[in-house]
Design a protein around this ligand. Structure first.
Ligand code: PLP
Length: 374
């Protein structure tokens, strides 16, 4: 076997094919950056393996597009990204766990410090040189970041920051995907008040949805994640982002079923007429959530057909009664995610959000990365 026929052999065995459009991700980043004023930079969030799409392919592509600041969630993600991209700035959102300062410094990672204890721990390593740091202030989410009392203490005793090179101050919006939510303005005001208490440093409040709240929310840089990967940052409104994933599931078997026959586990679906059922090699172990049982649709030769019965570990079942048998046949593919049926629709059928669908995408899929100019 030659090296060139390996991909097609892998494809021949694949129960599902996940295509990831790197040019589309880059175009989404460019499109977001183009919405910013000249003083605002666009970072990129590539935590959780670039939301399931593969940080090793996505981050270098975004760096080639001009992105210079990346956010990951964990130290291990930061170390992996540093190996890929020696020259860019990498910040770690989940902060500094006790005893990990040396590893942060060695990989030249910037911790996002979330508490006075983390600030003190990071400073402890700063005796011989100034260490870069980002400070996260909580403006109303009660998740990560300095509480108002911590901020007041920093304002009283600025020496608590001595030895640190403050690269940025950031906060995170709880309700940015709902433009009318009063939390947005409240958090904006709280963030401005926090900045006034801290030494001057670049500021960042908006992630993908926050960017669409307007220039007041942009500050010095924005931190989009999901929007880069095609998730709609404006739920309920037209999606300004391009879909960048396509998932095709393989049909393993097609069978005729009589009226009254049951399909799948629990005999939870009963045919109310005679018809045909296609069994597809994607299940909840591949991230097609079991909560999507009896819900949602797949595309077969351009037509949408219902998913019926329970999603099982490795399989799902579709009602292909109306489809020409030459189009729905064993070995063929059905479209589970595509341009017209994006991650947000799939998420809605499963009762969740596009973020969870992307980050759950299976490890068994045959992955194909495309990078074609549009
Ligand atoms: C995940 C995350 C982001 C990116 O958010 P998206 O909604 O994916 O754009 C930005 N900032 C922080 C602090 C985050 O945790």
């Amino acid at each position: 076997m030659s090296a060139t026929d390996r991909p097609s052999r892998a494809l021949a065995r694949a129960g599902a094919v996940l295509e990831i459009d790197l040019a589309g991700i880059a175009a989404n980043w460019r499109g977001l950056a183009a919405r910013l004023g000249p003083g605002t930079r666009c970072a990129a969030v590539v935590k959780a393996d670039a939301y399931g799409l593969g940080m090793a392919r996505v981050a270098p592509r975004l760096a080639a597009e001009g992105c210079r600041l990346f956010f990951v969630a964990t130290l291990d993600e930061g170390i992996a990204l540093r190996r890929l991209l020696p020259g860019i700035e990498i910040a770690v959102l989940n902060g500094l766990l006790p005893g990990t300062g040396g590893e942060f410094a060695r990989a030249r990672l910037v911790p996002v410090l979330n508490s006075l204890d983390e600030i003190a721990a990071w400073r402890a390593g700063a005796r011989t040189r100034r260490l870069p740091a980002i400070i996260h202030v909580d403006t109303g989410m009660a998740r990560l970041g300095l509480a108002p009392a911590d901020l007041a203490e920093l304002a009283r005793a600025p020496s608590l920051l001595a030895g640190l090179e403050l690269r940025a101050v950031l906060s995170h919006l709880a309700c940015a995907d709902d433009a009318a939510h009063p939390m947005n303005a409240a958090q904006l005001a709280a963030f401005r008040a926090a900045l006034a208490q801290l030494p001057r440093a670049p500021a960042s409040l908006a992630s993908g949805s926050g960017l669409f709240l307007g220039a007041d929310y942009h500050f010095d840089f924005v931190r989009p994640g999901a929007a880069l990967y095609g998730v709609n940052p404006l739920p309920g409104r037209p999606n300004p982002m391009a879909q960048v994933v396509r998932l095709k599931g393989r049909i393993l078997q097609v069978r005729d079923v009589d009226r009254g026959m049951a399909v799948g586990y629990g005999a939870a679906h009963r045919m109310d007429r005679p018809g045909r059922v296609a069994t597809v090699a994607v299940g909840y172990a591949d991230g097609w959530l079991r909560s999507a049982s009896h819900r949602g649709t797949a595309g077969v030769a351009g037509q949408r057909v219902p998913i019926i019965g329970r999603i099982s570990m490795d399989l799902m079942t579709l009602d292909v009664t109306g489809i020409d048998p030459t189009l729905a046949r064993p070995g063929g593919f059905v479209e589970l995610i595509d341009e017209t049926h994006g991650v947000d629709e799939v998420a809605a059928a499963a009762g969740t959000i596009g973020y969870e669908i992307l980050t759950a995408l299976g490890r068994r899929f045959h992955r194909v990365y495309r990078d074609e100019a549009a």
